[in-house]
Design a protein around this ligand. Structure first.
Ligand code: FAD
Ligand code: UQ1
Length: 437
């Protein structure tokens, strides 16, 4: 058994930022990081990889190049979280004792929840998914090989990371097909199968109460940004079908089977697809779901303003695996690293974290709407816009496209993973001369 001041579980966006910040502050030998992956991914780039704007190699760095030198990296999986004994065990049998635990285990993809999805990913060139590094480069090839028929983009009936990503790739596809300008364009039925979580919540309360935060699309972005997206869909040939949940793919027949969510008795509808971009269900990894840190829905239960665990006071969490009720993004994670720095300082000094940290739910989704346009949605827990820039961000803008494509990766690799970026709160205040939340 080894003893550390801090153990960080998972070194994705949140864990790597915290590991670097804590090692810088507390020095060598104080921080242990448990992370099995050889590569660290800048996942927000995968939309651009899918659109053929970046390569997938652009989105990754070796984990070792980002890991703080003074931290001990256990290149292994967390096998057990035991907060009653302040230990984390790894698959290979290391037992790490901690004073403080930082949990940032993210979301894993549940591809098997859609029957036939794995086979389709492996065997059908026109079936793609930007959510996986292994398959993200299939998407642009599918764009190029698309001739005519339905291009379908799905969103599941459960919380996902970056809820905008399934739409962003649809806008890119639409823009790409439009630019290629085939004569079949007039016959093209472009279906966007967007599941209405609001109705899902009503239909579903009875049977799936384990989903604690099923948010309606209009709950996802707030009214301002939903209005913008609705107009964009209307003004292009995009059909929005709600209440459909993808349950099966028969790629040999090019069929996608959807369950209709607003029916009392199960009803299914089959769509023929030429190209299908599917977004699978996601959830925190099993090791977290089955631990005492998780609530009934499988998420780690934390105070939404401080990130402190609701029961274990020396355990904090951030990012996708927590039950913080905001849209799950790297932008939210950035703001949450600021929150956790304050929370940990308070806990270590026996102060009440709630008096020091007050995360407002800041999250952001740069909604790519075409090959040179983007709407930068930013909002808080109550879906009030929290816009960084002093102009109306509800418009499609080229500047925001370049912010997403050129500036964000630099910000991520040079600041965020190093634990030096706590989100744009300060920028927002400065650009609004202090007249912003
Ligand atoms: P992650 O970064 O996913 O890290 C989790 C880490 O835990 C991983 O390194 C994993 O290997 C590790 N892990 C898992 N299991 C174990 C285990 N048992 N033991 C140890 N380690 C383990 N966000 C934005 O802000 N803007 C965007 O435009 C945007 N677009 C996106 C587009 C796509 C296609 C995707 C997939 C995501 C996008 N995101 C975007 C979301 C963003 O990437 C995530 O919200 C963010 O990375 C979450 O950070 P995290 O630290 O919680 O989890
Ligand atoms: C952000 O901070 C962030 O994390 C690094 C992102 O993830 C890639 C984002 O997409 C956005 C929009 C932000 C917010 C930052 C600014 C400057 C608006």
């Amino acid at each position: 058994q080894k003893e550390y001041k801090f153990v960080v579980a998972g070194a994705g966006s949140g864990g790597m930022a915290m590991a670097n910040a804590l090692t810088r502050k507390f020095g060598k030998g104080k921080v242990a990081v448990v992370e099995p992956s050889e590569l660290h991914f800048y996942q927000p780039m995968w939309t651009l990889v899918g659109g053929g704007i970046k390569t997938k190699e652009d989105s990754s760095r070796t984990m070792s190049s980002l890991m703080p030198k003074g931290a001990d990296w256990y290149k292994d999986r967390v096998a057990k979280l035991d907060p009653d004994n302040n230990t984390v065990s790894t698959t290979q049998g290391d037992v790490l004792k901690y004073e403080y635990l930082i949990v940032a285990l993210g979301f894993e993809l549940n591809i098997s929840s859609i029957k036939g999805m794995q086979e389709a990913l492996d065997e059908d060139p026109m079936f793609c998914c930007n959510y996986s590094y292994n398959y993200v480069d299939k998407t642009f090839k599918a764009f190029q090989n698309f001739k005519k028929g339905n291009a379908i983009f799905t969103q599941p009936a459960s919380p996902i990371k970056c809820a905008g990503a399934p739409q962003k790739i649809m806008y890119l596809a639409h823009d790409y097909f439009r630019k290629v300008n085939f004569t079949f364009l007039s016959q093209l039925l472009f279906s966007f199968i967007l599941f209405s979580l609001l109705q899902f919540r009503m239909a579903n309360c009875k049977m799936q109460t384990h989903i604690i935060q099923p948010r309606a699309p209009k709950d996802l972005w707030g009214p301002k940004f939903v209005a913008v997206l609705t107009d964009i869909c209307k003004s292009r040939d995009i059909t929005v079908n709600v209440n459909h949940n993808l349950v099966e793919v028969r790629h040999d027949k090019k069929e996608a089977i959807f369950k209709l969510m607003d029916k009392e008795t199960p009803e299914y509808v089959t769509y023929q697809y030429e190209m299908l971009h599917a977004t699978p269900h996601m959830s925190p990894p099993e090791v977290l779901k089955s631990s005492p840190l998780a609530g009934p829905a499988g998420f780690m239960t934390v105070n939404k303003h401080t990130g402190q665990h609701t029961k274990y006071s020396n355990v904090v969490g951030l990012g996708d695996c927590t039950d913080i009720p905001t849209s799950r993004t790297a932008a939210a994670v950035a703001a949450q690293t600021g929150m956790l720095k304050q929370t940990l300082a308070a806990i270590m000094n026996n102060h009440d974290p709630e008096k020091v940290a007050h995360y407002d739910g800041y999250t952001s989704c740069p909604l790519i709407t075409g090959y040179n346009t983007c709407v930068l949605a930013e909002f808080d827990f109550d879906l009030n816009p929290l816009e960084t820039f002093p102009f109306d961000q509800g418009k499609e803008r080229r500047t925001m496209y370049h912010l997403k494509k050129d500036f964000m990766p630099q910000l991520y690799w040079n600041m965020m993973v190093k634990g030096l970026w706590n989100g744009p709160g300060l920028m927002r205040k400065l650009s609004h001369f202090g007249f912003s939340k």
